[in-house]
Design a protein around this ligand. Sequence first.
Ligand code: FAD
Length: 302
Amino acid sequence: MSLKDTFKKKTVFSLEVYPPKTPEGTKKLVNALTGIKRIKPDFISITLGAGGSQNNNALELSSMIQNDLNIPAMAHIPGIYRSKKDVADFLKQLKQHNINNVLALRGDINPDETPVGDFNHASELAEFIKTQGDFDITGACYPQKHPESVDLVDDTLHLKEKVDNGVGHLITQMVFDNQAFYDFRQRLKLAGINVPVEVGIMPCTNCNQIKHITELSGLEMPRKFVDIMNKYANNKEAMRDAGIAYAVDQIVDLVANGVDGIHLYTMNNTYVAKKIWEATHSLFEATSYQLQHPSLSGSDNQ
Ligand code: FAD
């Protein structure tokens, strides 16, 4: 089933993983994913370094997910340091492994590296991918705006361009404050951006990691979240449990408010992914029923 059709049937639940550096690490991750297979995510996305050196690890992991676990894989493709030929070759390899879901990205800028110049923005990459075969193209979005954007209006206009160029589904950067997402959803409606949007949820189980990511992204953290980090930073187990509870709380509210999907940034922590799924799976199953019987549903799924 295409992703487009999946969004029509239910509130989507997906995971994101990154390729481990060694073949042993990949095997270990795939084993762990096999263990959580009954979660049945609608797809698993696989990150790829912007620099262009890790294609093989990502391809191998994507293929195992798609072909061995039988879970649709979505390959990330950052374009800024890749040529048209690099991307065309990677797409060909993906097709050979039966993968047709891709996340078209610009990639993070590395001040020490010169962009190739073929894809300065994700919208250009999406346009190119469309010419390379039957790919289902997803894009990234930023409810509190991309840190390089001058303002929300500029950011929204560029996002519209990306969707007009062939992006059929969006995944947000990690969201810690649901209200920021609801405000964003209103802006999308005003701008005529009508594709499904999944909300990126990052369970806060490692304070240093979160601090690093939020510094880079310039995200403002809700007070409740900062309180948790301050209180439990030095207690691994308590931090993990509080992070899981915070993520579950967010998901309950988001699904109740009719979001199109939840994309869990797992950071390869399958234990946490499993715990979150166990606490929320009935909510996703309920949306499947509601979407097929809209007269029984009070929610607005736009
Ligand atoms: P773009 O859509 O190109 O936007 C980047 C900036 O340029 C924005 O400010 C936008 O408003 C502006 N802009 C867009 N079009 C134009 C235009 N025509 N003229 C002027 N300005 C314009 N990075 C990786 O390297 N590997 C990954 O695997 C990866 N996975 C990610 C997954 C998700 C879900 C998300 C949200 C991000 C991911 N990233 C990844 C990070 C991403 O590459 C960075 O956030 C990057 O800085 C922007 O990528 P983008 O695709 O959103 O870029």
